[in-house]
Every structure is written in structure tokens, then in C-alpha cells.
Design a protein around this ligand. Structure first.
Ligand code: ATP
Ligand code: MG
Length: 453
């Protein structure tokens, strides 16, 4: 390794790694497990005289005998050189310049080896005062590339030239011991990129590994660094974490490490010692049901999940606003929805189309109690009725009582035949007591802001 020209402090951050080469006979990865498209890219690069390796999660998961989510490739070809080799290539990214080779919907990501930041590279690599990497486009050698990766288990390279595995940071041993271990000094690596704290939790849950002691130690204290991460990146990361099929466990581990509280400050205000608030109950329910749906290969909608996560904090705020702003329940919910969503998107950038659906689901909660006349029939025609009803059922589990009864009524109504439905509605009319609209204050202008249907 030619690390001789690194200065002392860089040695501290990036201890020279010991390369361990595992030959083709000594490991269990076969080319049959690698996607055709990834192989095509590897061979094309190799054919043009470049080094080409499969790297990261692809290698890690194959060694664990799991099916990789995707295959990432690292090479000494520059993005420009990559582009010249592939017609179906797009260069993307400002933070890291990457090549995407497109095969229909399958995208193979090809990254040029990244190097260290040295004085002469100042314009290319920017670092904030807190030590965070802002831009990171310095090309380097494979050794340097390995040192800059996050965890030892993510720094293994499968060489297409001889099918060997280059293990730079002891990843094989950590795979064996089932440990998530950062490469280099943990605090420095977290300060460079605080998202690595989230990734540590994500991999620990996904792989059922432990977070190695020194890697785990600084997290709780450094967790507030996440507040400086752009909201769009946090949103992406949260989807990966909460919609991974292990959302519930991920949330619990994030919370133990004080990470969830940073990403969702709005919710954390309602956290209790014994996980007993309605907010926490709802979180458990929605994440558990999301995990189940993924297990069953059913579709999941981030908007539904976020609507559930923020519902009780929003309702609590609405109740406060009824007092302080002298609003009726309906108007207070509208105001509180705006306020909560404005606050939320500052830390995680939930896209507009999803916040719109969240509002729809929330507004349906106000409409579902009002079932008389033709209303129940009309409600069922709505696009978001199903989501609104599923949501109501979940609330029924949290709140019990009236909401549970209402959810049961809707359950029966949906499965009932025409005559029975009519009878159910008539029955409501004959009782004609607005029991489930208890919270609505008498208002003469209640029709004014009827939600769109
Ligand atoms: P997954 O199964 O979730 O795709 P992965 O390990 O492939 O896991 P990616 O996010 O696809 O994760 O990243 C690919 C590789 O890039 C990682 O394995 C790691 O080597 C490197 N990497 C990604 N993010 C970082 C980061 N924040 N800091 C350092 N290295 C990173
Ligand atoms: Mg990956």
C-alpha cells in the first residue's frame, strides 16, 4: 500500500488497512449469483483495460448467502471514461459523481475509486467546520476507496479479473462475528457524515448483527449532528429504514440510540419512559403492519405510515389550538395539520404528493363519523376511503371506545349487502344523536369548508 505520503492526522483517521485477498477457491461467491447486467458492466470495463470490482452490499450479502438488493461497481475508470464505454450511461450526483448504467428499470451504479482529501485537492473536496464532508469528488486508488467506506463489511471487493475477494478492513472476520464496525476512528467518521449513525442501525437490524462497542459508543452523544443533514437525504434514509421490512425493530433501536428523536422531534415530545402514549402505541401499530405488508408482498404507501406517525401529535396540537385560538374541532385540525406538516418537512422532506395524501387521510377521520343520509355511500366511493378506513381501525386499537365502535360499523357496512346498508343508515337516522361528533362545537358554518371529494 502506498500510504507513506499521508500525514500524521490522516493516519489517525485512515489507519492503513491490511489487505487480505481471498482466492476464488476459498469463498462461496459464484458468478451465477451476480445479475447479468452487473456482469456485463464488469466485463466491459475489464475489456477496456480498467479494473472493475463488485463492491459494498452486493459482496456482503452474497457472502452471507442473501440476495443482494442491488449490485454496485467500483472502478479506476473516470466517469467520463465510463460514459464513453456505455451508451446507456447517465452521470449523476453532485456530492459523489457517479455513473448509472441503465438497463430498462435495472440500474447498475458505477463509482470511480475515491481518494483522500489533501491540500492540493481543496477545491474538489470541501469540508465544513464541523468536519462534515460536503463535496467528495477526489479520485484515488482502490486502497483509498476502501478506507473511505463506512463499515468493514461494506469494504470488500470482488475482482472480476480473477474472481478473488479483496478484503481491506477485516470485513470477513466481522461477518463471521456478526459485527457492524466502522472503519477508522468512529467519532471522526460520524462527524464526516452523521448519516453513518443511521446506517449502523440499519445494517445491525437488517443483518441481525451487533454494533461493535467502539462503533456504538459515540452515537448517543453525536446523534444531534443529524439535524444538519439535508431534509431530502433524511427522507430517503428514513424510507430505507422504516420500509425495510424491519421498521418496528429499526425504530426501537434508533430510539435507544437517541437517533429517532433527532429526525422526528415533533413526535419525540410525546415519548414516555414506558412507551405508553397514544403516539407511541400508534407508531408500534403502523410499523408492525408495514412490516407485515412487506412480508406479504403487499403495496405500502409512505403517506399512510407518516399519517399514522404524526396523527396524535397533530390531534394534541389541535386540541391546544381549540383552547388558545378558540377554534372548532374541524378548523383546529386543519390548522394543526398545516402547522405540523410545515414543521415536519423541515427535518424530513416528505414529498408534496405524500403530504397531500396525509391530509386526505386525516380529513377523512373527521368525515367518517358522519354517515347519515347518502353520506356513507358517498364516502365509500372516495379514492382514499380504504386508507381512511384502515387508519380508523388502527385508531380504534389505540383509543378503543367510540372510535372502535365506528370502525366496526364501517367494517360491517362494507361487507353488507345493499338492503342491510340502507338499514344501517336508517338506523343511524332514527337514533339521530350526533354521538360520534362529540368534539365538534356547534357551528353555523360547518358546511363552508367541506373537504373535496
Ligand atoms: P444496501 O443493501 O442497503 O444497498 P449497501 O451496503 O449496498 O447496502 P449502499 O447505500 O447501496 O449500501 O452503499 C453502497 C456502498 O457505498 C456501501 O456498502 C459502502 O461501502 C459505501 N457507502 C455508502 N454510504 C456511505 C457513507 N455514508 N459513508 C461511507 N461509505 C458509504
Ligand atoms: Mg447497495
Amino acid at each position: 500500500m502506498n500510504n507513506n505520503d499521508l500525514n500524521e492526522s490522516e493516519h489517525h483517521i485512515y489507519p492503513s488497512l491490511d489487505l487480505n485477498i481471498v482466492t476464488r477457491q476459498e469463498h462461496n461467491i459464484s458468478r451465477k449469483q451476480i445479475s447479468d447486467n452487473a456482469l456485463k458492466v464488469l466485463y466491459r470495463l475489464q475489456g477496456a483495460g480498467f479494473d472493475a470490482y463488485l463492491v459494498g452490499g452486493g459482496v456482503r450479502d452474497l457472502l452471507l448467502e442473501e440476495v443482494p438488493k442491488d449490485f454496485d461497481i467500483a472502478t479506476n475508470a473516470t466517469p467520463e471514461e465510463i460514459r464513453q464505454l456505455f451508451r446507456n450511461c447517465r452521470l449523476i450526483g453532485r456530492r459523489f459523481r457517479l455513473a448509472h448504467i441503465m438497463f430498462g428499470r435495472d440500474i447498475i451504479e458505477v463509482a470511480t475509486f475515491r481518494g483522500h482529501h489533501q491540500e492540493e485537492n481543496k477545491q474538489l473536496a470541501a469540508q465544513s467546520e464541523a468536519g462534515m464532508l460536503l463535496r467528495d469528488n477526489v479520485y484515488g486508488t482502490i486502497d483509498e476507496d476502501a478506507e473511505r467506506r463506512d463499515f468493514t463489511i461494506n469494504a470488500m471487493y470482488y475482482n472480476i479479473a480473477d474472481y478473488s475477494i479483496h478484503d481491506y478492513a477485516g470485513g470477513l472476520e466481522d461477518l463471521e462475528d456478526r459485527l457492524v464496525r466502522l472503519i477508522g476512528d468512529p467519532e471522526t467518521r460520524y462527524r464526516e457524515d452523521p448519516v453513518r449513525m443511521l446506517r449502523a442501525v440499519r445494517f445491525a437490524v437488517k443483518l441481525d448483527f451487533d454494533i461493535e462497542e467502539d462503533t456504538a459508543a459515540p452515537i448517543e452523544e453525536l446523534a444531534p449532528l443529524l439535524r444538519d443533514i439535508p431534509a431530502a437525504r433524511l427522507y430517503e434514509e428514513m424510507l430505507k429504514m422504516l420500509q425495510s421490512g424491519h421498521g418496528l425493530e429499526t425504530y426501537h433501536l434508533m430510539r435507544e440510540y437517541n437517533l429517532f428523536q433527532q429526525v422526528f422531534p415533533t413526535i419525540a415530545r410525546h415519548f414516555t419512559e414506558d412507551y405508553s402514549s397514544q403516539t407511541e402505541h400508534m407508531l408500534d401499530l403502523v410499523l408492525d403492519s408495514t412490516d407485515q405488508r412487506i412480508e406479504e408482498d403487499k403495496r405500502i404507501n409512505p403517506a399512510f405510515m407518516f399519517a399514522a406517525i404524526f396523527w396524535y401529535p397533530m390531534v394534541k396540537l389541535a386540541e391546544e389550538m381549540m383552547e388558545t385560538h378558540n377554534l372548532n374541532y374541524y378548523d383546529a385540525i386543519m390548522e394543526a395539520s398545516n402547522k405540523i406538516l410545515d414543521e415536519v418537512v423541515k427535518s424530513i422532506a416528505i414529498p408534496r404528493r405524500h403530504t397531500a395524501t396525509m391530509r386526505e387521510i386525516w380529513q377523512l377521520q373527521l368525515r367518517l363519523p358522519r354517515r347519515n343520509g347518502k353520506r356513507a355511500f358517498r364516502l365509500m366511493e372516495l379514492n382514499k376511503f380504504r386508507a381512511g378506513f384502515d387508519f380508523l381501525e388502527m385508531r380504534g386499537e389505540v383509543e378503543d371506545g367510540e372510535v372502535k365502535q365506528l370502525a366496526d360499523w364501517w367494517q360491517t357496512f362494507q361487507t353488507a349487502g345493499r338492503n342491510m346498508r340502507q338499514a344501517m343508515v336508517t338506523d343511524l337516522d332514527s337514533v339521530s344523536k350526533p354521538s360520534s361528533t362529540r368534539r365538534r362545537r356547534p357551528s353555523t358554518r360547518k358546511k363552508k369548508s367541506k373537504p373535496t371529494s
